[in-house]
Design a protein around this ligand. Structure first.
Ligand code: GUN
Ligand code: FE
Length: 469
């Protein structure tokens, strides 16, 4: 149903950290499963034969196709109060905003459906095609989240929260065993949601989600580790996010997050695990995370509010840790991954002159701790996809077509949306081609006005927001 595409035009992606490629006049073809079967210069003999055999769509000049974004860390229920309450430190903010909002959605399925439906459409508008979600405690609310995302056509990894301890007695599971049983039950029901669909239409997957160490007993963590191994389930949590949280765990458990998590070979740090933040991890911890092939969801805007220190992104990348970007709604107020990319770059640039934890030397300008826009684009696309074990995030034969079309300028060379072009010739638009400089301009200034369409698994997504929602 509409997954067979034959598109001629400009494509761009970043397959490796720091490498950005523009493919002018290329032809991309997908099959009925939404998987790319052909990606070559449109002038090649193979492409010419394809063009002679079937009808194709040609992108307007000034447009290009990019992989869509992966949000590696988003609290779906917190979308309810996005943009409020960021004056508090993390542990207080969780008590006064996050837990309350989540409890409200667990008590009101109609409200949950409304919030999640609006969220799905906002994500599509912002070019996000894949999301790793934190949900709430209650099964029913998480099944609503999974069904809404499946219906919207988004690739969604849905985490029912596991919490057998809490600062809010009305918002926790009644015992460790109840919590483990609820995790098992959600996994089954979430899988059942799509079990009658053909494989390529199954977009949602359950993820084990011990919220963070303060809300999970050792017994619960061990039980979830076993469940993950038995059922090959992904795991997500938060590590070493903020000073008040790190100190809370030291008082509560007499240890660091990572040690509590990894105690007794819990089986929680795996190649299927994604940990948010990791702001306060030291070099041996990065090495340990790397050796477990666990990924990190970097959430720079949220860190700016809660963490007091920047994540050591360059060091994590140099160590070979898998990293992607997250918005951390509502600890971060923006669900636009474009903003996560910009914040990742700004925060990393502010680290110049800081101590490099790998070499132990104060930055003297000889080695940059900053990342640039192309590296941030890698994190937002291929980096996030790799963290989730997906082959999306770049264009290749055999990969599902998860993409977005961006319009930079029109056929007269006039910029679209917030992009102004004064010197068309210098920017290459006189020849009406998409250049690196134009893509960089979009990275800095672009917004939803530049987004023409998005696809997941070859299917075009609907970004219309009903006025009732
Ligand atoms: N740590 C535990 N729960 C949360 C949450 O909801 N948001 C953030 N930012 N950190 C957390
Ligand atoms: Fe979070």
């Amino acid at each position: 149903m509409g997954r067979e595409l034959c598109i001629r035009g400009t494509f761009a992606h970043t397959q490796q950290l720091g490498e950005f490629e523009i493919f002018h006049d290329h032809l991309l073809i997908t099959n009925s499963f939404g998987v790319t079967t052909h990606f070559e210069a449109a002038t090649s003999a193979q492409s010419q034969a394809q063009l002679a055999a079937q009808s194709s769509v040609t992108l307007p000049s000034g447009h290009f196709i990019l992989p869509n974004f992966v949000d590696l860390h988003l609290h779906a229920p917190q979308f309810l109060y996005q943009g409020n309450g960021l004056h508090l430190p993390l542990m207080q903010w969780l008590d006064e905003y996050a837990f309350k909002a989540e409890e409200r959605l667990d008590a009101d399925p109609a409200l949950a459906r409304k919030v999640y439906t609006r969220l799905a459409h906002r994500l599509i508008q912002h070019g996000t095609g894949t999301v790793l979600f934190f949900g709430t405690i209650k099964e029913e609310t998480n099944l609503i989240l999974a069904q809404v995302m499946q219906n919207a056509g988004l690739r969604a990894f849905v985490g029912k929260l596991s919490m057998d301890m809490s600062s809010r007695p009305s918002y926790m599971e009644s015992s460790t065993q109840t919590s483990l049983q609820a995790a098992r039950s959600f996994v089954k029901k979430c899988r059942d949601l799509t079990s009658t669909l053909p494989q390529h239409e199954r977009l949602v997957e359950p993820v084990l989600t011990p919220r963070f160490v303060p809300t999970c007993s050792d017994e619960l963590l061990l039980g979830l580790g076993k469940l993950s191994a038995a059922e090959s389930l992904k795991i997500q949590s938060h590590f070493a996010e903020a000073m008040d949280q790190v100190e809370f765990v030291r008082r509560q458990r007499g240890a660091e997050d990572i040690d509590v998590f990894d105690r007794a070979s819990s089986g929680l740090l795996t190649s299927r695990t994604i940990q948010a933040h990791c702001t306060f991890l030291d070099l041996p911890s990065f090495q340990h995370v790397r050796s477990c092939r666990t990924a990190i969801a970097h959430c720079p805007l949220s860190n700016s509010y809660f963490s007091a220190e920047p994540f050591r992104l360059r060091e994590a990348l140099d160590e070979g840790v898998k990293v992607g970007l997250g918005t951390d709604i509502a600890g971060g107020y923006s669900l636009d991954i474009m903003n996560s990319m910009r914040h990742a770059v700004s925060v990393s640039r502010m680290r110049q002159g800081s101590k490099d934890i790998i070499t132990g030397t104060a930055g003297d300008g000889s080695k940059s701790l900053a990342i640039d826009w192309k590296e941030s684009l890698y994190l937002a696309t291929k980096g996030g996809a790799t963290a989730l074990g997906l082959t999306t995030g770049a264009f290749a034969v055999g990969s599902p077509f998860d993409a977005q079309e961006i319009g930079l300028f029109d056929s007269n060379g006039s910029g679209v949306g917030a992009i102004d072009i004064f010197d068309a010739e210098e920017l290459g638009s006189a020849q009406l081609s998409v250049t690196m400089e134009m893509v960089e301009k979009w990275w800095c200034l672009g917004d939803t006005r530049n987004r023409v369409r998005t696809w997941v698994q070859g299917a075009k997504l609907d970004s219309e927001i009903s006025p009732l929602l």
